[in-house]
Each structure stands twice: as structure tokens, then as C-alpha cells.
Design a protein around this ligand. Structure first.
Ligand code: ATP
Length: 530
């Protein structure tokens, strides 16, 4: 079963070092996160998969890696200086600030209806290039990677001799000064984006829009986000971005926050190439663009069939890596019962949970909001026992729960039972898994076992195609659990038989089945299954 709450994901990411709050030792900085040792592997694997599927496996794509800082004029003519604004409102009561479209007449923080009128707020970060901060040195951090592609359109065309239709793909950082970053990686201020600008003949854009919608949905499925968990939102005209003719938002059913945009697929017309071109009057541009008095280039395509220059139309699939990371983790997440807990121990947990919730209900130490959240979650868990038993840990991590004395007793009853009878497992697609194989010696103080295990790890790692690790810091059962929790598809154990016949046991993460494989054949065996 996929994750049912965001807390399950947050807690796993924290426990195992997928994600750290940025600058944590100084109290952090809101809306910014760092990817830890496992997080960086998963994130890189996601980006590589996207690149492979969209650049290598197609014959109509090129790649690009443009600078984050660009001439300010890019953002003037792209329309972002004027239009990349979110209207925001302030709550006069608690002084919090919100995007107007996230507030339904009352403050989401304190519930007050004493709100200011919406005011525009530009979400681009500003900086200065060079030693003197003045009007000349002023620059923005890019809020999307797309403009780097548009301004390089003529360069790519000239150096690759591409014919329409073709696309340019780019992965890179984008920065947005979000008014209210929240929901973990979902809304942050600095994030990686995976973007494609696909250039087509005017008049064929609707057909290509549909094809990209199909292709992108197939990709989401291929990385473990099932089709039925993504709905398509055909963005109404009055909500469209300034450049868009039509946009489909792919909405993934995230835990807690529900269906939210994971990718936007916009039909951007000839707006961007037209905006960045000189001599616009002679180019037959169909979008409404502002006159451009600075550009030195015509961003056009010479059509040999009609012997004329035209401005291509553009389809743009654009997805955030962090939102993808969250969806992939949510889908892969599973808390599995490996053997049924004894009824009397289960009954003791149920009693401890009931007593804890009763105490929460009566407590004056915690706020009403925190109390309701704990009670709500607690009742769902009580109704979902025994399967929901591992969720008691996340219940006890909710704000305010540590104020309740009976929480300790509940943890004391629930934790050993959860440890013994459940496992957390990430059913990640093997090619996304941060670590592909973990090698253990049956005994860590036996030189022969240790040497062979280390040798095997080194051999697998050498191929350059998989990250393999060695671990001897616990009993084998515990080491298995540890790898299950981070999605390692294969665990290899070196035992005494290995020393005699050069075979090891290979354990499969999902089925937990084990088989003996010759050390010589390990690499081929794993590659077959990865
Ligand atoms: P939203 O309406 O949620 O603010 P948007 O419509 O502004 O999103 P786009 O401009 O279409 O988003 O950006 C493309 C993609 O970049 C989104 O589909 C999303 O995956 C990602 N993205 C946008 N803003 C953020 C953010 N603040 N944090 C993380 N990812 C983001």
C-alpha cells in the first residue's frame, strides 16, 4: 500500500538521511532542503531516467545546460518581470502572508477573516552580478529553465541542423520566492526542474500537445507512479499563464494534501520565440508579444517547403524533481506485516492507544489544532490495527504528542511489536533505488567472510553501473530490514558455504525469497534483474 500520510515519508527521509533541512545547525531557512547520501542517489537516478527516456530513447531531442543567471532582458521580454507575480494577502490578526488563491476568505493559520486586499508580489529572487550592486548589475535567479532554451534556439538549430519537429531538454535549478513554502518538498524556494521545449510547425501544436500528454503519462507509469493515481486538469482559460494557449496539469494524489500538480504540459504558442526576436513585424507572430528593441536575433526556422521563415510553436512538459521524488517515495512506501503479532500483545497496544488518546482529549498543555490532529490520526490508527501498528511512531512524532505522559507507555508497547512483526519497505523500481546491492558477511569477526564480502562489493561497484555497499554492523535480519527500508533490491550474504563453493545467498527485497548464486555470475544475475 502506498504511503497514507506525508509524515511517513518525512519521517523515513529524516531517519535514513534522504533529506535534511537546509542550514539546520543555524535553525534552517524556510522552504529549502538538502539531499542527503541516499536522497542524492535517488534524485540523480530520477533525473537520469528522465534524460534517458526523453533524450537518448527518442531521435527528435537535443540536450542543453544553460546558466542560472541570465541577462535581465530575458525576463523582461519573457514577460516574467511583469507577470510572474502571485497576488498575496496579509492576515492582520496573526501577521502571516498567503497567496490569495490559497485563502478561502479566512486565514489558514488563525482563522481570522481580517485580511488585506490582494497585492502583487514578484516571485523572482534578485541578485547583483559583479562587485557593485547598482541598476546595471541587477540580475534574477531564473524561476524556470525554459528561457535558457528559448534564447539558445538559434544556436542549437545552427549547430545541429535539426528539422521541425524537434525538442530541447534541460534539467537544472529553478528559484521561486514562494510566499508560503510548505508540505515538505512539495513547495520549496529552490528546486530542480526537468523541462522540454518541443518545437513544432504552427497548426500541429494540438496534435503534439496530446502526444506529449500520452508520452509523459507513460513515463510516470514507468517510474512507478501508476496512471490511475494521476488525473489531468485542463486548466481553465482564466487561470492560464501569460504565454499559454492551453495547459494540462498532471495532478498526483499526494498523501494528506490530495491531488496537486506534479507536472505542467503547456502549449506555449509562438509567444517565447516571438518575444525574444527582433523584426517581429515581419515574422507573422500569432501570440500577442511586446515589441522587442534589444534582441539581436530572429528566432525563426526556415521552412524549405514554403521557402519562408516561420516562428515554431512550442509544447512544454515541465516537471519538478522534488515533487517527483515525493511521489515516487509515496508510491514505493509500504509497511508490511511479516508475521501476525500475538493477540494479547495487540490488545495491550490497543488499550495503551485508547488511554493515550483519552489523555490527549483532556490535556490542556497542547493547542486545539494539535489535539485534533493527534485524535484524528489516532482514531484512524485504532480502527486500522494491526496493519496500522507501525504508524504509532509517526503519531507520537506529531506536534504536542511529546507532552502526553502516556505516550511513553504507548511507545513501549508498540515499538517492539512493530519491530518484530513489521517491515518498512520501499518497492522502488530497481533502477531508481539508491543502492542496488548490499553485501554482508555472516560474521563480522571472521577474516575469510569479511574479505570475500568486501571483494564482492568492490567487484560489483567496479562495473560502474551500480552502487553497492558493504555492511557488517548488525545481525543479518536487522541488516535486511535496514536495506528494505531504503529500497535496496538485493542483499547478498557471504556465509561459510561461500568459502567452499564460491556462492552467496541473494535475497530479493519484494518477495524475500533467497537463492544461491555463484560469485562469478553475480554481476550478470543482478544486471538482468535491474
Ligand atoms: P503551482 O501552481 O503549484 O505553484 P506552477 O503552476 O507555478 O505550480 P509551473 O510553473 O508549471 O508550476 O512549474 C513546473 C513544475 O515545477 C511544476 O509542475 C512543479 O512540479 C514544479 N514546481 C513549481 N513550483 C514549485 C515549488 N515551489 N516547489 C517545488 N516544485 C515546484
Amino acid at each position: 500500500m502506498p504511503a497514507t500520510t506525508m509524515d511517513q515519508i518525512v519521517s523515513l527521509c529524516k531517519r535514513r538521511g534522504f533529506i535534511f533541512p537546509s542550514s539546520e545547525i543555524y535553525g534552517g531557512l524556510q522552504g529549502l532542503y538538502d539531499y542527503g547520501p541516499l536522497g542524492v542517489e535517488l534524485k540523480n537516478n530520477i533525473m537520469q531516467d528522465w534524460w534517458r527516456a526523453n533524450v537518448y530513447e527518442r531521435d527528435d531531442m537535443e540536450g542543453l545546460d544553460a546558466a542560472i543567471l541570465m541577462n535581465r532582458l530575458v525576463w523582461k521580454y519573457s514577460g516574467h518581470e511583469d507577470t510572474f507575480v502571485d497576488p498575496l494577502v496579509d492576515c492582520r490578526n496573526c501577521k502571516s502572508r498567503w497567496r490569495a488563491d490559497h485563502v478561502k476568505g479566512k486565514c489558514p493559520n488563525c482563522g481570522s477573516t481580517d485580511l488585506t486586499e490582494p497585492r502583487p508580489f514578484n516571485m523572482m529572487f534578485k541578485t547583483a552580478v559583479g562587485p557593485v550592486a547598482d541598476a546595471e548589475s541587477f540580475a534574477y535567479l531564473r524561476p524556470e529553465t525554459a528561457q535558457g532554451i528559448f534564447v539558445n534556439f538559434a544556436n542549437v538549430l545552427a549547430t545541429t541542423s535539426r528539422k521541425l519537429p524537434f525538442g530541447i531538454a534541460q534539467i537544472g535549478k529553478g528559484f521561486r520566492n514562494e510566499i508560503n513554502p510548505r508540505n515538505f518538498l512539495f513547495r520549496v524556494r529552490e528546486f530542480d526542474m526537468m523541462e522540454i521545449e518541443y518545437f513544432v510547425m504552427p497548426g500541429t501544436e494540438d496534435e503534439w500537445h496530446q502526444r506529449w500528454l500520452d508520452d509523459r503519462r507513460a513515463w510516470w507509469e514507468s517510474i512507478g507512479v501508476p496512471r490511475e493515481r494521476i488525473t489531468i486538469y485542463d486548466v481553465p482559460k482564466d487561470e492560464l499563464a501569460h504565454y499559454s494557449k492551453r495547459t494540462y496539469d498532471l495532478m498526483y494524489a499526494y498523501p494528506d494534501i490530495g491531488a496537486q500538480e506534479i507536472e505542467g504540459i503547456a502549449s506555449r504558442s509562438d509567444y517565447d520565440l516571438g518575444s525574444h526576436s527582433k523584426d517581429q513585424g515581419s515574422l507573422g507572430i500569432q501570440a500577442r508579444v511586446n515589441p522587442n528593441s534589444h534582441s539581436t536575433a530572429r528566432l525563426t526556422y526556415f521552412d524549405t517547403a514554403t521557402n519562408r521563415h516561420l516562428v515554431p510553436f512550442v509544447i512544454e512538459p515541465s516537471a519538478g524533481v522534488g515533487r517527483c521524488f515525493l511521489a515516487v517515495l509515496s508510491e514505493a512506501y509500504d509497511e508490511q506485516m511479516v508475521k501476525a503479532p500475538p493477540p494479547e500483545k495487540l490488545a495491550a497496544v490497543a488499550d495503551a492507544l485508547a488511554a493515550f488518546l483519552k489523555s490527549v482529549g483532556k490535556s490542556e498543555k497542547i493547542s486545539a489544532n494539535a489535539r485534533d490532529a493527534i485524535l484524528d490520526r489516532g482514531q484512524t490508527i485504532a480502527a486500522g490495527l494491526p496493519d496500522a501498528l507501525p504508524q504509532i511512531e509517526t503519531l507520537l512524532a506529531l506536534p504536542g504528542a511529546d507532552q502526553i505522559e502516556l505516550g511513553k507507555k504507548l511507545r513501549g508497547q508498540a515499538q517492539p511489536l512493530a519491530d518484530e512483526h513489521f517491515r518498512t519497505v520501499l518497492h522502488l523500481k530497481p533502477d531508481l533505488a539508491p543502492i542496488k546491492a548490499a553485501v554482508f558477511p555472516l560474521k563480522r569477526n571472521h577474516d575469510g567472510l569479511v574479505a570475500l564480502a568486501k571483494d564482492i562489493r568492490k567487484g560489483l561497484q567496479k562495473s560502474g553501473r551500480m552502487r553497492a555497499i558493504y555492511d557488517d554492523t548488525g545481525a543479518i535480519g536487522k541488516l535486511y530490514r535496514r536495506q528494505d527500508e531504503i529500497g535496496t533490491p538485493f542483499c547478498l550474504t557471504v556465509d561459510f558455504q561461500s568459502l567452499e563453493d564460491q556462492t552467496v545467498t541473494v535475497r530479493d527485497r519484494d518477495t524475500m525469497a533467497q537463492e544461491r548464486v555463484a560469485v562469478q555470475e553475480l554481476e550478470a544475475y543482478l544486471e538482468d534483474r535491474l
